[in-house]
Design a protein around this ligand. Structure first.
Ligand code: PBG
Length: 327
């Protein structure tokens, strides 16, 4: 059989396979989403996300140390306030839950990079990501609040803000707010390509943030669309986004690849709560090999072109990278 090119040649040993790997990763590019709640001395497991917890501020440290130890680069903080109101005032309160968590985390484990999610849905009584006008979210009114939230998070110590609300013009509004307050060097990671997705289900349990009526389809994107995602990504870069995120990850890797091609800023993708829950449920039933699935999900996100990978499995993925199992 005459055959000059035999792809199998480069697969013939573990050493060789490692040598020719196309996708190289480093734990410093991993981001871990973490939930903080009010109160003291409590760590509560999230029922739809076994192995993930809500921490009170005084109990965050144990997890932060483990993440830093594993080499994970960054943590994104989500706050779960006790009290919610129409305008989500807990999101920009000086002593709000995320503000407290940022102060504590920065002081306790300063070698991690802290990102704060800028959104209102965990803080509003109606569970929508903005200020309501009747049953609709008032885009332009919401912008002032988002800028206020971002500024208050940075004042509390946030290293980078990540707006996830999907209002039009919010990157520009947040940039202006930060600059006006002297935070010209604080980057914005925009959830630019965020789809209205059932994959967020377990998160909404965790953060108690499901909308009280309707859904998020008037602000989050329709998952039939990809050109629209490119439009969103380019718009946000123009408005000053420093990093562009695609979310969810697993069912949207086509968008990670497309966005990676059209923007010149780093690209992030967020493997969301539903992705985590599916892996955990199937693994608990003995239907899949959890560790191998985690590896494939992570590598496929990087292979699609992501530069930053946000995942509830960050600690595990960091370990697999260090062990040389992947990366
Ligand atoms: C806030 C926000 C959500 C998620 C991240 N930021 C929920 C939503 O948009 O409904 C979801 C993350 C996850 O599912 O892990 N808007």
């Amino acid at each position: 059989m005459e055959m000059i090119t035999r792809p199998r040649r480069l697969r013939s040993s573990e050493n060789l396979r490692r040598m020719v790997r196309e996708t190289r990763m480093d734990p410093s590019s991993l981001m871990y989403p973490m939930f903080v709640m009010e109160g003291t001395d409590k760590v509560e497991e999230i029922s739809s996300m076994p192995g993930q917890y809500r921490y009170t501020v005084d109990r965050m440290e144990e997890k932060l140390y483990r993440l830093a130890d594993a080499g994970v680069g960054s943590v994104m903080l989500f706050g779960i306030p006790n009290d919610k109101d129409e305008v989500g005032s807990g999101a920009y309160a000086e002593n709000g839950i995320v503000q407290q968590a940022l102060q504590k985390a920065k002081q306790a484990v300063p070698n991690l990079f802290y990102v704060s999610d800028v959104c209102m849905c965990e803080y509003t009584s109606h569970g929508h990501c903005g200020i309501l006008h009747g049953h609709d979210v008032d885009n332009d009114k919401t912008l002032d609040y988002l800028a206020k939230i971002a500024v208050s998070q940075v004042q509390a110590g946030s290293d980078m803000v990540a707006p996830s609300d999907m209002m039009d013009g919010r990157v520009a509004a947040i940039r202006e707010g930060l600059d006006r307050n002297g935070y010209t060097n604080t980057p914005i990671m925009s959830y630019a390509v965020k789809y209205a997705s059932a994959f967020y289900g377990p998160f909404r349990d965790a953060a108690d943030s499901a909308p009280a009526f309707g859904d998020r389809k008037t602000y989050q994107m329709d998952y039939h669309n990809s050109r629209e995602g490119i439009k969103e990504a380019l718009l946000d870069v123009e408005e000053g986004a420093d990093i562009i995120m695609v979310k969810p990850a697993m069912s949207f890797l086509d968008m990670v690849a497309r966005v990676r091609e059209v923007v010149d800023v780093p690209v992030a993708t967020y493997s969301v709560s539903g992705e985590y829950a599916m892996v955990k449920a199937a693994a608990a039933n003995g239907w899949i090999d959890e560790e191998r699935i985690i590896c494939e999900m992570a590598v496929s996100a990087y292979r699609a072109g992501t530069n930053i990978y946000e995942t509830y499995f960050a600690e595990e993925v960091a370990r697999f990278m260090k062990e040389g199992r992947i990366g």
